[in-house]
Ligand binder design. Sequence first.
Ligand code: NAD
Ligand code: DAU
Length: 352
Amino acid sequence: MSRRSLLITGGAGFIGSHVVRLFVNKYPDYTIVNLDKLTYAGNLENLKDVDSKPNYHFEKGDILDVEFLASVFKKYSIDGVIHLAAESHVDRSLHNPAEFATTNIIGTLHLLNVAQTIWNNDFQGKLFYHISTDEVYGSAENGSFFTEETHIDPMSPYSASKAGSDHFVKAFGNSYKLPVRISRCSNNYGPYHFPEKLIPLMINNIINNKPLPVYGKGENIRDWLFVVDHARAIDEIFHKGKDGEVYNIGGNNEWKNIDLVKFLCYLMDKKLGREEGTSANLITYVKDRPGHDLRYAIDASKLIAETGWRPSVTFEEGLEKTVDWYLANRQWLNNVTSGEYMKYYTGMYQNR
Ligand code: NAD
Ligand code: DAU
């Protein structure tokens, strides 16, 4: 196996931490550099099982800081990038769209520029792999699925910023022949998911007997994939995908929000030894998210045909693993909800 030196941005976040874990464990000959700003969503606790491995390195910094990016490329002779760093929460994007445009579009542009400049047109063995989202396609009509050819039609400031970054990645591939790949995945769930997103928020509120806020009538549909399977797909695309291509990633697993929340309530009642129906009593319908996309549904047949990837768990198995993880890791939940870990970073990284 060839040695590689990979830069993974956003590796302290939810999906990034699973990608880092998989690559560090599976490729001991690779140098894995996790570059992360450690925003509220980044948490090094997510990586404590791999952070002492010799092939793992952490660099705290911002993808908007061009000099810092260039120094990291040079320090580790980076030859591949897996770019996950982003602002990722739709609700936050509605409050601060400019922050999303800056991080997601300009940050990606800086990273592309630095890769192109440092690699200096010697693109042999190099790869810039951008992690995007199915949300760039907008909302899917009933019965239709997003393919890689589906028209880009973002509907929220978050998805608009991700679509903008996708366009820049494609433009660098086209204009400068930078070897680029893009993947667009559906909704992820699993361990280390920050509890502002639907599934971990509901788990946390059920544990604490707090109301379960369902937006609108709970009719919106999402296509859920276990995060470990997303990381496995990223590994396949990184190693077997083709330059210049887009790959959709999804598990063909559509759920109406309200059905999912009820199923989670049922599972949690069993796990917590509560009488069936106890947690469902906490369901509270609240004001809908403005411009709320009704349905996401991914056609992942291109990925399956080209790489042989398949999800490793059913939704029922993945959700049970997730619930078990949150119940066994209540300290992690308490730390991220109390902001305790942010105080730790402030003390730990005073210079950056
Ligand atoms: P996350 O919010 O959990 O993590 C994002 C990470 O990026 C954090 O560690 C954060 O500290 C870091 N970051 C943010 N701004 C940064 C900056 N300026 N410089 C350096 N680091 C910065 O997000 P996630 O859910 O893990 O998503 C990761 C990527 O996958 C994103 O690009 C997202 O658009 C995409 N995605 C997410 C999902 C999902 O369901 N969560 C699905 C498909 C695609
Ligand atoms: O599809 C991929 C996208 O999935 C990723 O690109 C995003 O980064 C990720 O955050 C996710 O976006 P969603 O907006 O679909 O995820 P969220 O968990 O915020 O919401 C899932 C659904 O649940 C959505 O229809 C809104 C609804 N919801 C969400 C929350 C937080 C509720 O009903 N109540 C809630 O409290």
